[in-house]
Design a protein around this ligand. Structure first.
Ligand SMILES: O=c1ccn([C@@H]2O[C@H](COP(=O)(O)O)[C@@H](O)[C@H]2O)c(=O)[nH]1
Length: 289
């Protein structure tokens, strides 16, 4: 007899990332603080656009928000632009986040053919890698199945992935909305739901990125997020214009799965750690009300 897809999947041996994230969201609330050390923000904080400025900026954010955010999300591009020394700072930011007890999401948006994907998975998700984060963002536009090495490694190591489904930028529609009733976004959501079947009774390791700015796209494309049984990372709050009310209207019944993420909207309050905390707390209050 043919085995079902779910029973063929490797069974997770560690607590799922979804379950760890759900516990953090229950404890602290549904906020992820993005760590995006843009040159302009470094300047506004009185820091140089160099490796020392990058490190001071990033560790200040971790220290300020680690006890009140469910997760932090360093934007990898803003470390890469400083070369290998910038990536070494990112390693220290990930280590500091783990030490401070806050989950990390490396916003790397990786995606490639399977053989190369295995190397990305090793870098971001394997125990012992200096870049290993609790989770990483992935791009499925070489085909969802090309992400297989990362999907399997995440499950094996109790880590997570967030797959781009409906991104917060206006240009995303030109790819993600294509396909009518079987839109690209809908297929990605279904594939994520199938992956999470390997988990029983808890949120699985595969989350999705669905922007807070997408308006009525879920309804227009007939997409339900509840059956995914994974966390929804929602960027777009704050600097991109979305409000907590938009999040509630957009996600409706799926709102409890949503981890809202804001970077510049909170980071603009720095460099004072107290002011950063206040900004994060104000955002959290809006998400809870
Ligand atoms: O659809 C997406 C996916 C990722 N992002 C990333 O989130 C932050 C948003 O920063 P803000 O300053 O809060 O606008 C940034 O790192 C993006 O690359 C996204 O915005 N939308």
């Amino acid at each position: 007899m043919a085995e079902s897809a779910a029973s063929q999947q490797a069974q997770p041996v560690r607590e799922s990332f979804g379950s760890r994230l759900a516990a953090a969201m229950l404890d602290r609330g549904p906020l992820c603080v993005g760590i995006d050390p843009h040159p302009q923000l470094l300047a506004d904080w009185g820091l140089n656009d160099d490796v020392a400025g990058l490190e001071r900026f990033s560790l200040t954010v971790v220290e300020a928000v680690a006890s009140l955010a469910a997760a932090v999300k360093p934007q990898v591009a803003l470390y890469e632009r400083h070369g290998s020394a910038g990536m070494a700072v990112l390693e220290r930011v990930l280590a500091a986040s783990a030490e401070a007890g806050v989950l990390s999401i490396a916003d790397a948006k990786r995606g490639d053919i399977g053989s190369t994907m295995a190397a990305y998975a090793d870098a971001w998700l394997r125990d012992g890698s200096s870049l290993a984060a609790d989770s990483v963002t992935l791009s499925p536009y070489l085909g969802f199945e090309s992400l297989r090495p990362a999907l399997d490694l995440a499950a094996q190591y109790g880590r997570g992935v967030f797959v781009l489904a409906l991104t917060s930028n206006p240009e995303g529609k030109s790819v993600q909305h294509v396909g009518g009733e079987q839109s690209v976004a809908r297929r990605i959501v279904s594939a994520a739901a199938a992956e999470n079947q390997r988990y029983e009774g808890v949120l699985g390791s595969v989350g999705l990125v669905v922007g807070a700015t997408i308006g009525s796209a879920l309804t227009d494309l007939d997409i339900e997020l509840g059956p995914v049984r994974g966390a929804i990372l929602a960027p777009g709050l704050g600097a991109q214009g979305a409000t907590p009310a938009d999040l509630r209207a957009t996600f409706a019944d799926a709102y409890p799965q949503v981890l809202a993420t804001s970077s510049r909207g909170i980071l603009a309050a720095g460099p004072s750690a107290a002011a950063l905390r206040d900004a994060a707390e104000e955002t959290l209050a809006g998400l809870r009300s």
